[in-house]
Write a protein that binds this ligand. Sequence first.
Ligand code: ADP
Ligand code: ADP
Ligand code: SF4
Length: 597
Amino acid sequence: MPASKRIAVIDRELCNPKITNYACMKACPVNRLDKECITISPDDSKPLIDESLCIGCGICVKRCQRQAIMIVNLPEELRESPIHRYGRNMFALYRLPMPKQHAVVGLIGPNGTGKSTVLNILSGSIKPNTGLPGEDIPWQDITGRFRGTELQGYMKKVSGGSIKPAYKPQHVDLIPKQWSGRVKELLAKCDERNAMDKVVKSLNMDVMLGKKISELSGGELQMLAIAATILRDCDFYFFDEPSSYLDVQQRLVAAREIRKLCDRAVVMVIEHDLAVADYLADYTHILYGEPGAFGIVSKPYGVRLGINTYLEGYIKEDNVRFRPEPITFSQRAKPPEKDRLFVSFPGLEKAFPGFTLRTEPGNLYRGEVIGIVGPNSIGKTTFIRMLSGMIKPDNMTGKEEPLSEIALSYKPQRLVLGKDEENMTVQQYLSRAGSPSGTENKRMLRFLGLEKLMERQLRNLSGGELQSCFVAAALMRNHELLLLDEPSAFLDVEQRLRVARLIREHAEVREIPCFVVDHDLQFIDVISDRMMVFSGQMGTAGHAEAPCPLAEGMNSFLKELGVTYRRDPQTGRPRANKPGSQKDMEQRESGNFYYAE
Ligand code: ADP
Ligand code: ADP
Ligand code: SF4
């Protein structure tokens, strides 16, 4: 069968002919010539589009009130059929990534381009149908597609059922719903390699062994999920976003531990924190295409070139530009405007049983975004709560001015839904924060891609969709001060940049000061005017300096961590230096831990 030029995808959940009365079918110019381009499926009475007849005019897309149809052209150069298609007018995946011995393979690309589909195929839970849904394709036809590559041997093993996979899921917030008991009990259950003591020590998890799973923080849940995966004895390990909820140091520790697995098995990782992906993987494939419609897996690249190619948006070998513009990371870092003081705050002190916090006095200006970095459980949220008057400091130093009550809007780090929220639609959830139909809000919801999801239930959203919802609600609530805790988690690279742009614009236009806690240093770099660095002992004692210029803050933060970063000359993105490398030594010596050219 010749490969089709375009793909038609109908979102069968959104599609509702009772509302639209088959407007797509009535308007299709091919149908009007008495050909059966759009027909009605006998299975669900919803439209089906014949891609071989479709001329790609896009009229049905415009006519569908429910925005349920996507018609997208495939790249000219793509002459093959998909490796898998979920069904007629459903998502299609082209090609597969190459499992490599003794190397970690990264997958980067937008959400919805098929990374989980890849996982399901390589782990043997989906048998690929080569784009012919419903047909049982002989395995030799499938493995024959990969003749002469590592994939052929690998897929032969998959066909024989001899691949044992281990999978670290993306959404670690769901773990307490699936597992009860204590951390050490779950780890012991997973410990097929008899390596629990070693792994626990390497990941600094000793203190959490006795804790109940239901009481873990986000970072602890992530570490638990990573450790439980590493402890399994498998042929194929797949980590879906191992970095979310971990602080910078923990990200590097987890990356080192995951890397050790590649001596014994195939290891693949999805990671949207590019500095972490860079540190973790040896090779990377780019997934590109149209989220929700089709995804194409690129050839493997060395990790630096792969990330740079992804940012550039152009794949030379295939002659495909998959994004009109390259992604660039320009620093803003404008000095705060002194005439726009929002609040001048004193030094603050607070003690909880077992935890003390001390922060230095400082100024906060209208419309500025302050990036906050530091370990988890170091007092970042406590500081903002004191600043907004939600909790009273035990002691104030310096100016001794009392803090007045400031309306704070807060997006917590973890995306946990309350019992009443699980069955809510996006529309209902957002309506509690403000009016989703107000002009500004509507624009924001469209920008975040939420407009199409308004009728969906929160519990059916992907991690990235839920994050966008939480961020939108925080921005819609009435507030004078905004605190977003790790808004980048679960977002892909492009979504991170969108959210960064949105927050910046929100701060500037509404003159609201925003604090953004994040552990993706590139995100912090893009979003912040100034920075606040928290240091100390996780869960025991925290200290914060006053807000300071970005470069100064980043430098002191990285110095504390003992890690040096340089800028990639081509894209300007931060890259962690390998410890002991020449660059690392030079930067350490000069005291320039942050982005020496
Ligand atoms: P990613 O992991 O990159 O976000 P996925 O592989 O999860 O992407 O999904 C790619 C597309 O395939 C999505 O649009 C998703 O809705 C669709 N999809 C995933 N699983 C199924 C399924 N079982 N049936 C139909 N469509 C699916
Ligand atoms: P971060 O925002 O940096 O993750 P938090 O400010 O939330 O840290 O918490 C810092 C420490 O203070 C943690 O160990 C936390 O358990 C503790 N803590 C926070 N709020 C309270 C409270 N109301 N009562 C007791 N301990 C608290
Ligand atoms: Fe018909 Fe294709 Fe045009 Fe839609 S895009 S109206 S299916 S020809």
